[in-house]
Design a protein around this ligand. Structure first.
Ligand code: ZN
Length: 196
């Protein structure tokens, strides 16, 4: 089932999300629905707060990047096979010199900006079976994980922009929160839900 994606301005996107355990109700179904929602919107990642749930769960599937002509063959091959569910994730380490990448977000349609992040991460998380893993990632995969991880920490990529850039996109962000935007996937807008 495709879930509506919460738009910029909803307070759930600013909350630090809570850990869950295996008794979380209908978790398997939720994960399935989140994948369906992400694929339906052509995203490479989706975090639970984006479907209105302040819990530490996000998914990543970088397959769409496997057709990106700016990447090397090796990178593209890597992107093709990276699909993973992260539960109760904690980034333990981030290192290296920050690099810029043009990011977007399903909760903030039509806004893309360069965001600076460190290239290497070490992350601890649980998989769908609640087995714990500690893994290291770099490059574009690390980038997507960092973006999704920020969501469960209540941080959006727009929070990381300079105050100048923030001022430039302010009007656009206000329009998104009011639902004044054309999108081809299902969304839930904060200004509209308040009226109900
Ligand atoms: Zn996002």
């Amino acid at each position: 089932m495709i879930l509506p994606i919460v738009a910029y301005g909803d307070p759930v996107l600013k909350k630090k999300a809570k850990e869950i355990d295996k008794d979380y109700p209908k978790l398997t179904e939720l994960i399935e629905n989140m994948y369906e929602t992400m694929y339906g919107a052509y995203g490479v990642g989706l975090a639970a707060p984006q479907v209105g749930l302040p819990i530490r769960l996000f998914l990543v599937d970088t397959e769409p990047f496997s057709e990106d002509e700016d990447l090397t063959d090796e990178e593209r091959a890597q992107m093709k096979d990276f699909k993973k569910t992260f539960i109760n994730a904690q980034i333990i380490e981030e290192e290296g010199d920050e690099w810029a990448f043009n990011e977007g977000c399903l909760s903030i349609p039509d806004v893309r900006e360069d965001v600076f992040r460190q290239p290497k991460i070490k992350i601890q998380y649980q998989d769908e079976n609640f087995e714990t893993h500690v893994e290291e990632y770099d490059g574009l995969i690390a980038r997507v994980i960092q973006h999704e991880y920020d969501h469960i920490e209540g941080v959006l990529f727009t929070d990381k922009l300079s105050s100048f850039k923030k001022r430039l996109i302010k009007g656009k962000l206000t329009n998104i929160s009011k639902g004044k935007i054309k999108i081809d996937y299902k969304m839930r807008f904060p200004a509209m839900s308040r009226k109900r």
